[in-house]
Design a protein around this ligand. Structure first.
Ligand SMILES: [Zn+2]
Length: 836
């Protein structure tokens, strides 16, 4: 098992030889920059809660101007947000955002860490956040990362003293950082960590404040700044031809799934750091002031510094290979250091410089992108010395595999390439994000291996070790096994070589609703990851459910091809929630995984294996009406959910609405944020109101308003004003105010029980004022807050009903929550039965 230290070194290594992407080919100025960083012995850690919280200007400044080893600890991977570029949500969105953070760090030069905390969605207050997260476990992870990364300075993005003023995750990140700052050095705290690391005391803790935290630029201008450092982060780097803020903009523009593509910026720009702990720096522009960041920081380091500082001064940009003797001398001196942390860290950094000055190219590329446990395949080895230095390849070996003794003298620019056989042992785990292997809770991922905690991604499936001598001096270099290929429309591409099962299975619908006792077909798509795949498939299902066939057989000839096999599933008569999952058997081996590939141009391709399962829900649900018109908003899956309970849903492009076009529908539903994303919809409002007047039921789901509450007037036939009120606790008690209103009695009787099992939240952007024509149906509130009555408002208008709801049906219906289905069916059916 690799130690955490090795993993940090892995990250450093990662900076120069990326696990998943084309290897970085360093120019002489890149090498010079690495050399400058090699000569700086100081570390800074930036802490916040989400992908995109981080201040890339500051991270880039610390990494590129100060030359510090700089990290960003994002407590979560951002699973809870929305995705502007594709279908990935929840854990798949977290996987995508993890890669976007790594892409940002490749640009700003930082490293990336995470805790096991899961982004469970919006949280108003750290009290709620820290209850849903396992606070002790997240604190454990923050302390663990501090003890291993050993930052001299820690910088919080958020203010730990203002709970309730921003997202609860934000304040929690700052509170945990403040706590961890004091605990990391206490051996009685999380003592089990000390088996593989040691205590560490950071020197200073800052809060990266800005005018935003003061409410206005004017207020911040007048604020007392005697306790603040101010750094000009707009510096220009002539060696890169870029300003620091230009690099920062490129880095934060990697957060594409959050719509963060942005303009670059140049020129002087200030960042302010309020000192929270530690002594006040005498120089108010230097976070490391008074901390020795030279080689004399470590015992025996002066000898190393003597060699490397001189080299930095006389670096030859036109012939860096000539520095090999001095670099080897420094390598030898670093091996004498007693301090294991700096020794390992600087050894790896120096080895990368040594490879780079010689233009030494080492690559292990598999001949296929994936293989199954028990299989084997050839891998291509390429070794090339592009300098006149005396370099010999002694041997090449693959982890748990073959070893080749070559003893080849690597002549200048004379490429050595050969194949080796990679055996994949039968017990090799599949390649998938390590934090998704075990089932987690709403607030936490489950990670059993302490050494993996903190790491941004799973280690490479296989590594190849190159044993070399340079001027007779021995060196071992490890490279991950990659897969290199080309596409006519993209050029050369690299991705991880991964270990996959022989087959994977998927079911398109993650939730299936059975509104009566009719059976439904469950189509299962089987994909072969090897040629000539023969096997059988069964469907596992819960008590009371029945399938038409116990076993079916399949035969897929070609790797990559797929076939679909269906089972007919009959529900029980009583209401029930259960799961079905297919089990594939191939040569006695059982497989029940779905393979999801996440592929975008700005990140390396990701393969994620998740358990194949579908939630099946038997609901005794009554409804009236048949045809529903759905005016599409920002996009939600409610139409598909309504079809599952037997409605015919007709999606309506708002632009096509004219007088009378809606009259064919028993009810019309307006998708979430429809008025926000389609500015023309408000001009169609008279047609919507006419529809209601003539007897239609109109349901408008949540739309957003800015802090002034403006922008959504005339949404209803009577005065109604939207607010930013929301109830984020999905299990908060719900009181039914209008007990006799048909919307809670007909055709389904709604009780408090129907609010059990809701996911993520109750609702958002509730109206806070409405005229007397509206009946507020429900009352709910988060802990310690006032009751909110605007979640569902119903008003008769003409012969029909107008309904406005901020309840999160767009989350609850796709999640298969029975009570949400019944309430929504009642809304669609309101008064319909009597009229029929
Ligand atoms: Zn955030």
């Amino acid at each position: 098992m690799r130690t955490f230290l090795a993993s940090i070194i892995g990250l450093l290594f990662f900076h120069n030889a990326l696990i998943s992407q084309a290897p970085i080919k360093s120019s002489a100025t890149d090498i010079y920059h690495s050399l400058q960083k090699l000569n700086f012995l100081g570390t800074a850690l930036y802490i916040a809660a989400h992908p995109d919280d981080e201040n890339t200007r500051l991270i880039s400044y610390l990494s590129n101007e100060v030359k510090a080893q700089t990290g960003y600890l994002s407590l979560t991977r951002g699973d809870g947000g929305q995705n502007l570029i594709g279908p990935e949500l929840r854990e798949l969105l977290g996987t995508l955002r993890t890669q976007e953070l790594l892409a940002a760090r490749r640009i700003d030069g930082g490293e990336q860490f995470f805790t096991r905390a899961n982004d469970f969605g919006y949280s108003k207050h750290p009290n709620e956040t820290l209850k849903i997260w396992d606070k002790e476990a997240v604190l454990n992870d923050v302390v663990w990362i501090i003890r291993n990364f050993k930052p001299d300075v820690i910088i919080n993005r958020f203010d730990h003293r203002s709970p309730g003023s921003t997202h609860g995750h934000h304040t929690s990140s700052a509170m945990l950082s403040v706590e961890a700052f004091d605990l990391a050095n206490d051996p009685s705290v999380f003592p089990n960590q000390l088996e593989s690391t040691e205590v560490w005391q950071p020197k200073r803790l800052f809060f990266n404040t800005s005018w935003w935290f003061y409410g206005s630029e004017d207020k911040f201008l007048k604020a007392n700044k005697s306790n603040m450092l101010s750094l000009d982060v707009g510096v220009y780097y002539p060696l890169k031809g870029l300003s620091n803020n230009e690099i920062a903009a490129l880095a934060s523009s990697q957060h594409l799934c959050q719509g963060f593509g942005r303009l670059s910026n140049r020129g002087s720009e200030k960042e302010y750091l309020e000192l929270l702990k530690g002594n006040t720096p005498k120089d108010p522009t230097n976070v490391f002031e008074g901390i020795d960041t030279s080689w004399s920081r470590v015992e025996g380091g002066e000898a190393v510094g003597k060699i490397l500082y001189a080299l930095e001064k006389e670096f030859d940009f036109t012939n860096p290979a000539k520095h090999l003797p001095a670099l080897l001398k420094a390598h030898k001196a670093i091996q004498q250091l007693k301090d294991a942390y700096w020794r390992s860290l600087k050894t790896k950094a120096l080895e990368n410089i040594i490879l780079d000055i010689n233009g030494l190219y080492l690559e292990a590329s598999a001949t296929a992108p994936h293989m199954y446990p028990g299989g084997n395949l050839p891998i291509n080895i390429e070794v090339l010395n592009r300098s006149s230095n005396a370099i010999t390849l002694k041997s090449v070996s693959i982890a748990n595999g073959q070893e080749e003794h070559k003893n080849i003298v690597l002549k200048e620019n004379d490429k050595e390439s050969f194949q080796m056989n990679l055996d994949i042992p039968k017990n090799t785990p599949y390649t998938t994000p390590y934090w998704l292997i075990e089932k987690g809770s709403i607030g936490m991922y489950t990670v059993k291996d302490q050494e993996l905690i903190g790491r941004p991604e799973s280690p490479a499936a296989f590594e190849v070790t190159f044993e070399l001598t340079l001027n007779g001096y021995p060196m071992r270099i490890k490279k991950p096994v990659v897969y290199r290929y080309s596409k006519p429309d993209k050029g050369e591409l690299y991705q991880d070589f991964v270990v996959l099962p022989k087959a994977s299975a998927s079911i398109k619908d993650k939730v299936l609703i059975f509104p009566n006792d009719q059976p439904k077909l469950i189509p299962i798509t089987i994909r072969a990851h090897k040629d000539n795949l023969k096997g059988e498939i069964q469907l596992h299902y819960g008590k009371g459910w029945e399938v038409d066939k116990e076993v079916q057989f399949f035969n897929i000839e070609k790797k990559g091809d797929q076939t679909t096999i269906s089972f007919q599933l009959s529900p029980p008569t009583e209401e029930d929630e259960s799961y079905v999952s297919p089990i594939i058997k191939v040569n006695g081996e059982e497989i029940s995984k779905e393979l999801i590939e996440i592929s975008y141009d700005h990140i390396p391709k990701q393969t994620v294996l998740l358990p194949t399962e579908t939630k099946v829900v038997r609901i005794n649900i009554d409804k009236a009406g048949e045809h529903i018109g759905y005016i599409v908003g920002a996009g939600d899956d409610i139409p598909e959910s309504l079809e599952q309970i037997g409605y015919k849903v007709h999606k309506i492009d708002p632009m096509t609405i004219k007088s009378g076009t809606l009259s064919q529908f028993d009810a019309v539903v307006v998708g979430i944020r429809a008025y926000n994303v389609n500015a023309d919809l408000k001009f169609k409002q008279p047609f919507l109101m006419d529809y209601v007047k003539e007897g239609g039921n109109l349901i408008i789901q949540y739309n957003t308003v800015d802090r002034s509450g403006k922008g959504m007037e005339n949404l209803a036939p009577y005065p109604l004003s939207l607010s930013r009120d929301r109830v984020t606790e999905e299990n908060s008690a719900v009181e039914i105010l209008a007990k006799n209103h048909p919307v809670v009695t007909t055709p389904n009787i709604i009780t408090a029980k129907d609010f059990d099992g809701w996911v993520q939240e109750r609702g958002l952007y509730f109206p806070d004022q409405w005229s007397k024509e509206f009946t507020p149906i429900l009352s709910m509130h988060d802990q310690g807050e006032e009751a909110l009555k605007g979640s569902l408002l119903v008003a008769p208008y003409g012969k029909g009903y107008y309904m406005y709801t901020g309840l999160s049906f767009f989350r609850e219906l796709p999640a298969g929550v029975p009570g949400a289905f019944k309430l929504f069916a009642n809304m669609l059916s309101l008064d319909k039965r009597e009229k029929q």
